[in-house]
Write a protein that binds this ligand. Structure first.
Ligand code: M6R
Length: 606
């Protein structure tokens, strides 16, 4: 989603800004722009790729201070005018902004009455005019930003530059910003990975903070007035820039990284002889685990699907009620928070605004939330304080793949840990741990020989709609398969618990309709077999994901087998053919696999 990069120092800003934007590209965007100060403020902005912006300013704009932005449209269409930076009418202030100004519609006419001429349809533009207004009234840059922010409602991560000033002012409320402090130079980014090549000394802005950033120096202030503490953190992990290696796309690369990523996730966390797992970062003793009355998991998209698998595993192994919540709905429904319940917020990026809001709502009402997060030091990880890192490594493709397997594995390990503290026997625990440790090798074996994926591609690529079915832990896998195919190949997909299909979606089936069924060899398999037959009776074409050597294969038109495991762990294997199906279908349809239209990697607005 929108990204920010800023620089103040002795070097030419433009090349650094362009490199910063390039590093933020993976988040998804539709336009980009820069503003550089060289006495006066010069702005260049454009819809399309960062490379197109770069070719628009081939010789660079001279100057040592600048801000830049990748925009993912919310308010106002995808146009050059709506791209950031936005500049004041007197060209003395420029701003880049992530987030949403909720009262922009009310403020706009008031500013127009004062003579302001708006150049874009964005909510962000009101900020630049408000700041310029207070500057005109004689306020300092800091006080102008403060006064402007007191007038707006909403969320922001923003950077402001001023003509004739060698500072960048940044502020945060709900949208992340990190300041990197170098030797005689400073960097600002909405994502720490854009900073790590320059410095490991960073200040993560907290909500309600404003920073005045100059070359190598930062002054921290509070929006409410007065100074704020300056907490310098060492950036822990530099993932560097993931390169494609031998792969044509990040999505395929990340699918193939799953065995190794899973090893990273489970390594040191399973206790084979005790039949147990230990997720130390949760900081929960056996005694505490015994007393938890309810586990509630929250996430969006793929993370939600991992939560749905996790909740079934927790109930099954620990016999404690568990629920999975759509994080984007959570806080708006005035949820009842039991302070004794355990909340787990699940997120790859750790920046998803909907999940973050849910976390804050729980904390506000006295609940405790642990994070299950991939990106170290991300906002959700820091907001939760304690939790589990899933160690997937960088995930660059918009479609999440290896994060799903690792989130699911982390939640299964948690379910074993809480299970062993309660009702799970050592023997059953040992069996699960043994099977879990075998999955990375099984994934490797499957990826080396993935079966007739291209036949399945042929069956779905021209379909009006694809139906995905599964029961138990395979129902979230069905949802994940549908989400993948929809987001990268733009094919309408429905996912249903297999039995629920006959309560409605069966009406959609026609001769030849592709139905993808996930049917591992569990206690629900025979029931799923009946549902397959119901589909077949209507002429549907069955693409069946099943375990090697299972006779359910005879129900399939296209049969794709995965290695055998214990039922609860089957999502770690059955999801992979679905990822490959989506990837290869997108390629066949000539879609931009790694950057699907309209989507963003980190969804930082609610
Ligand atoms: O970073 P998060 O895990 O919090 O992201 C949640 C969703 O936005 C994400 O899973 C999204 O649905 C992916 N594009 C799915 O492939």
């Amino acid at each position: 989603m929108c990204g920010i990069f800023g620089y103040v120092g002795n070097r030419q800003a433009t090349p650094l800004l362009m490199e910063g934007l390039r590093r933020l590209e993976y988040r998804g965007y539709d336009s980009s722009g820069v503003a550089v100060i060289n006495g006066q403020i010069e702005v260049a902005k454009k819809i399309g790729k960062v490379s197109e912006l770069a070719s628009m300013i081939p010789t660079g704009i001279e100057g040592n201070i600048g801000i830049s932005h990748t925009r993912w449209a919310t308010h106002g269409g995808v146009t050059d005018e709506n791209a950031h930076p936005h500049i004041s009418n007197q060209s003395n202030v420029a701003i880049v902004h992530n987030g949403i100004i909720e009262n922009a519609r009310q403020l706009r006419p008031r500013l127009e009455k004062q003579g302001v001429k708006f150049l874009s349809e964005t909510d962000s533009e009101v900020l630049v005019h408000l700041i310029a207004h207070y500057l005109d009234l004689g306020s300092t840059p800091l006080s102008s930003v403060r006064r402007a922010l007191h007038r707006v409602r909403g969320t922001w991560g923003l950077c402001v530059v001023f003509e004739g000033e060698d500072i960048i002012i940044c502020a945060r409320n709900g949208s992340p910003l990190v300041i990197g402090i170098g030797e005689g130079e400073s960097f600002i980014a909405s994502d720490q990975h854009a900073l790590t090549q320059y410095t490991d000394r960073a200040i993560f802005l907290e909500d309600g903070e404003i920073a005045v950033v100059s070359a190598g120096k930062v002054q921290m202030h509070l929006l409410s007035g007065g100074r704020a503490a300056q907490n310098i953190t060492t950036l822990e992990e530099d993932w560097g820039e993931a390169d494609l290696g031998e792969f044509p796309h990040f999505m395929l690369k990340e699918i193939h990284e799953q065995p190794e990523a899973l090893r990273q996730c489970i390594s040191g966390r399973t206790l084979s002889s005790e039949g147990n797992c230990k997720l130390g970062g949760l900081e929960l003793s056996s005694k505490e685990l015994q007393k938890i009355p309810h586990v509630r998991l929250l996430g969006c998209g793929t993370s939600l699907h991992a939560c749905q698998v996790g909740r079934l595993a927790i109930e099954k192994l620990a016999r404690v009620p568990a629920s999975a919540h759509v994080a984007s709905e959570f806080r708006h429904n005035d949820p009842i928070i039991d302070p004794k319940a355990l909340f787990l917020a699940v997120s790859q990026s750790g920046e998803t605004a909907d999940t973050l809001s849910a976390v804050k709502e729980i904390q506000l009402k006295g609940g405790k939330v642990r994070g299950v997060v991939n990106v170290v030091g991300s906002t959700i990880a820091r907001q939760c304080g304690r939790g589990v890192y899933i160690h997937s490594g960088p995930e660059q493709a918009v479609a999440s793949t290896k994060a799903f397997t690792n989130m699911t594995a982390a939640l299964v390990m948690f379910s074993i840990q809480i299970g062993r503290a309660r009702s799970l026997t050592r023997n059953r625990g040992r069996d699960l741990v043994k099977n879990l440790n075998a999955i990375p090798d099984q994934l490797e074996a499957y990826l080396a020989n993935p079966g007739p994926i291209m036949e399945a591609v042929k069956a779905v690529k021209e379909a009006k709609m694809v139906l995905f079915l599964g029961r138990g832990v395979s129902a979230p896998v069905a949802r994940e398969g549908a989400l993948k195919l929809m987001e990268v190949a733009y094919i309408p997909c429905l996912a249903y618990p297999a039995a629920e299909m006959k309560h409605g979606p069966i009406a959609l089936l026609e001769p030849g309709s592709p139905v993808v069924v996930i049917a591992p060899n569990d206690e629900l398999k025979e029931k799923t077999r009946s549902n397959i037959q119901e589909c077949r009776a209507r002429g549907a074409k069955i693409i069946l994901i099943h375990e090697e050597g299972d006779d359910i294969a005879e129900e399939a038109d296209i049969s794709i087998s995965v290695p055998i495991t214990t039922p609860l762990l089957s999502p770690l294997l059955t999801v992979v053919p679905l990822q490959l199906l989506a990837y290869n279908t997108a390629l066949e349809l000539d879609c931009d696999v790694d950057r699907p239209r309209n989507l963003a990697k980190s969804v930082t607005v609610e």
